[in-house]
Design a protein around this ligand. Structure first.
Ligand SMILES: Nc1ncnc2c1ncn2[C@@H]1O[C@H](COP(=O)(O)OP(=O)(O)OP(=O)(O)O)[C@@H](O)[C@H]1O
Length: 788
């Protein structure tokens, strides 16, 4: 393109931005005045609500008319409120668009058309003044997909009922700030390399940002996938899995806006910190956040406080510390209880329970056993064996409720009822009196009246006392799932079929499990199994309203947990995102994870190999010590080599770490993380340097983090990123086995711009497996402190 042509284009584009911003401003003005009127309307309706309805409840006809009038008024009010809400949301979007109306353009010549049409793409659609033509297309509109999928040349896109093909004759990107064009360039093969460079070169933020203007083609495949029931994404660290997942939520909410709401989408996130880290992305895209929680929070909710539940992080600390006398057996248990083989054992056990072995509780009323557990058991085992256990229990519940009805009648005549009636409030008497009056049940005979009052009082007292019991029966509380479950480990009444291959330490595992269950303590590996068992007996309250389930860091979920998830969310489509290299839980070392090739479920898999977060030298360093690391591709972004400082004394390491932090601060980095392997290690360094620097220790209870310096265990830093990362102790002692390698990789890949490692003694063998050109190695040995 000649300079003159370029200049002409620039002028035209500049003018267009101004025109679109003007149109948006006009729309904002109109909507503001509508919002204002609606708001006034709502206030008026609320204030005059009772004046505008005709209230008359004396006659039946009037009563009906009054009800209709109230209903009409209420509907009128809620319709206004709804419109007010919708317009306010649209105003929010327009205000954002006024700053930056669009970020891209493609000129598309449809097959059999004579000329190309420019398509401008932004956060949301904007129509022209006459509502006839699109000034801006929503990035999620079918036609916009070509922007992400194709370079200039032949291109096509799917509409709801056909595929449209043609040619992209121009592809352009814009940098627009405060409603003014600041830059633009035409792109070739991969979109956004210029823009991506500049976006990725920015500082890390404590809140994740949307990637809407620079979505990459392979990420777009994830975002717009509509076919897969189970979509698995294996993506290397920093490849944009989480970013793509959130864009996908926004896409689905747009694509299915008539039928899908944000409450019907659930995201399981790796830790509470991550929840707040990603919370702003969807609102930034003009959408509401989906339901977001950790799997721990979800399981905890299922148990309704009846157990103390170990967190996954406590399990991880146990594993890493290697100190407990039962360490080996527990580690075996972590593996075994993660597996589908264990689920099979539980399924066998459940089959047996349909014939014998289910444990019940006595039904007691006023400290007396009114239906003994043996009787309930007998009744249960007489119900039809072809029915499921929950259905049979439902029958038992109905039978018990019937027995309680008979009991109720007998109890009414007992002395305790009268005694209790003496303790009643005056209000109760008045109420009984009024009820009888309303029912016209008083006679002339006062003696009889007194009897009637007493009869009604007795009825009420017994019913009131029985109410909690009835509720418990309805909730099937007469079953004792825990005691039943414990039989699995006590070998009482049942032994595991010989066909099941159990771990060699099974007896010891049983011993530990039984002791924990007795204390009502569920380890992280026991929780899914117990919940699965309990729900199989009492019935799964399947969450059928949830249409989409997103699982981030999916490699950390066991096959058993996934099986449970499928039972809990039977109709949901699933998007599972993870990285096999960041598998940091014990089970993942030996067993299948959701991402391993052995995974049997029908699914579609997308692999992301390009890493966007870290600079090229950091990616090259980290990929060097990972199996299949050669599949990881760095994004071309220059930076400093990682540094390793090897020292032989903790004090020197501390001094050097402080120096390093100060240097990073001087370079302008705002988020700096000191990452340790365990919480113990983090606490130690925190204690040692907290008097010298403003620093925050992050634990599993931390739900939010701000700018500055944080000390954080690697497993809590999952999914998050920092400008600069300092590995507090990268010694071989600390990072040696395969799981520690994955933790080390996870920790190092949190860095966007700078990475430095400190080793007290021999550096980790993983660092040594990188070539010397990939990092700078310094050593300080035998410096005498304080002239000792
Ligand atoms: N297409 C993109 N445009 C701009 N930035 C991107 C893009 N894809 C990823 N990024 C950036 O790369 C970084 C890593 O993204 P994200 O956290 O989504 O990756 P991830 O695969 O979930 O990482 P991890 O598994 O390491 O937690 C973020 O800063 C994100 O904004």
């Amino acid at each position: 393109m000649t300079d003159r042509q370029e200049n002409k284009d620039w002028q035209l584009e500049k003018k267009r931005v101004t025109q679109v911003v003007q149109e948006i401003t006009k729309k904002i003005t109109t909507l503001r005045s509508r919002v204002k009127h609606l708001k006034e309307d709502v206030i008026d309706i609320r204030r005059d609500f009772w004046e505008d309805v005709s209230v008359n409840i004396e006659e039946m006809d009037d009563k009906i008319e009054t009800e209709a009038s109230i209903k009409q008024q209420a509907e009128f009010l809620s319709e206004r409120e709804r419109s007010h809400g919708q317009i306010s949301e649209r105003l929010d979007i327009l205000n954002r668009l006024k700053e930056k109306p669009y970020f891209g353009r493609i000129d598309f010549k449809e097959e059999n058309e004579s000329s190309a049409q420019p398509i401008y793409i932004g956060l949301a659609s904007v129509m022209d003044e006459d509502d006839e033509h699109f000034l801006v297309y929503d990035w999620r509109a079918p036609i916009s997909s070509m922007y992400y999928d194709f370079p200039p040349g032949p291109a096509n896109y799917d509409t709801i009922d056909e595929n449209i093909s043609g040619e992209i004759t121009l592809k352009r990107q814009y940098m627009i700030q405060h409603g003014e064009l600041k830059g633009m360039f035409d792109t070739g093969l991969t979109i956004g390399d210029h823009l991506l460079q500049s976006v990725l070169g920015n500082q890390a933020s404590t809140k994740m940002k949307s990637i809407v203007s620079t979505i990459q083609r392979e990420q777009n495949q994830i975002i717009r996938n509509e076919k897969a029931k189970v979509l698995i994404v294996q993506g290397v660290a920093g490849s944009g899995k989480t970013s793509a997942a959130l864009q996908r939520v926004a896409y689905l909410l747009y694509r299915y806006r008539e039928t899908l709401t944000s409450e019907q989408i659930v995201l399981f996130s790796p830790n509470p910190l991550f929840n707040s880290y990603v919370a702003t992305v969807l609102p930034e895209l003009g959408e509401d956040n989906m339901q977001q929680m950790t799997f721990y929070q979800y399981l905890h909710r299922q148990l309704e406080d009846s157990f103390r539940l170990e967190t996954p992080f406590e399990q991880m600390e146990f594993y890493l510390q290697k100190q407990d006398e039962n360490y080996q057996a527990r580690v075996e248990a972590m593996h075994y209880k993660a597996s589908l083989a264990y689920k099979e054992v539980i399924d066998h056990f459940l089959t047996m329970l349909s014939k014998k072995g289910l444990m019940f509780r006595n039904i007691t009323f006023r400290d007396q056993t009114v239906i003994p557990k043996e009787t309930i058991k007998k009744y249960f085992y007489q119900t039809e064996k072809t029915l499921s256990i929950p259905d049979r229990l439902e029958k038992v519940a109905n039978w018990i409720l019937y027995q309680l009805k008979k009991l109720e009648q007998l109890e009414r005549e007992k002395d305790w009822v009268l005694e209790e009636s003496e303790l009643l409030d005056k209000a109760d008497y008045v109420d009984v009196h009024q009820t009888l009056q309303e029912e016209n049940r008083f006679s002339e005979d006062t003696f009889n009246d007194y009897d009637r009052e007493e009869e009604l009082l007795r009825k009420r007292i017994v019913a009131r006392r029985l109410r909690p019991l009835r509720q418990k029966v309805k909730k099937l509380a007469f079953v004792d799932p825990l005691k039943t479950f414990r039989q699995l480990f006590s070998n009482e009444n049942w032994s595991i079929p010989a066909s099941e291959s159990l771990p060699t330490t099974w007896e010891e595992i049983c011993h530990i499990t039984e002791a924990n269950l007795k204390q009502k303590f569920l380890t992280w590996e026991d929780a899914p199994a117990y919940i699965y068992f309990e729900k199989s007996i009492l019935g799964f309250e399947a969450q059928r309203s949830i249409q989409h389930l997103f699982v981030d860091e999916a490699q950390d979920y066991t096959p058993f947990q996934f099986a449970l998830m499928k039972k809990m969310f039977p109709v949901s489509r699933m998007t599972l995102l993870g990285d096999i290299n960041q598998a940091i839980y014990a089970h993942a070392l030996r067993d299948e994870t959701l991402l391993s090739d052995k995974w049997q479920e029908r699914h579609e898999k997308i692999v992301l190999t390009r890493s966007y977060r870290s600079t090229k030298p950091i990616v090259q360093f980290t990929k060097s010590f990972m199996p299949n690391g050669d599949l990881i591709e760095p994004f071309e972004r220059e930076g400093n080599l990682p540094t390793l400082l090897e020292v032989d004394q903790q004090e020197i390491a501390n001094e050097k770490i402080i120096e390093q932090i100060v240097q990073y601060q001087e370079q302008g980095y705002e988020t700096i993380a000191l990452i340790g392997k365990t919480l113990g290690e983090c606490k130690a360094i925190y204690q040692q340097i907290k008097s010298r620097l403003q620093i925050e220790l992050i634990t599993q209870e931390t739900h939010i983090f701000g700018k500055g310096i944080v000390v954080i265990p690697a497993y809590l830093a999952k999914g998050i990123e920092f400008d600069a990362v300092i590995i507090v102790d990268a010694s071989d002692n600390n990072y040696h086995d395969a799981l520690e390698r994955n933790l080390f990789y996870t920790a190092c890949t949190r860095a966007m711009h700078e990475l430095s490692l400190f080793s007290i003694g021999e550096p980790s063998k993983f660092i040594k497996s990188a070539s010397f050109s990939q990092y700078k190695h310094y050593k300080i040995h035998q410096i005498l402190l304080n002239n000792d």
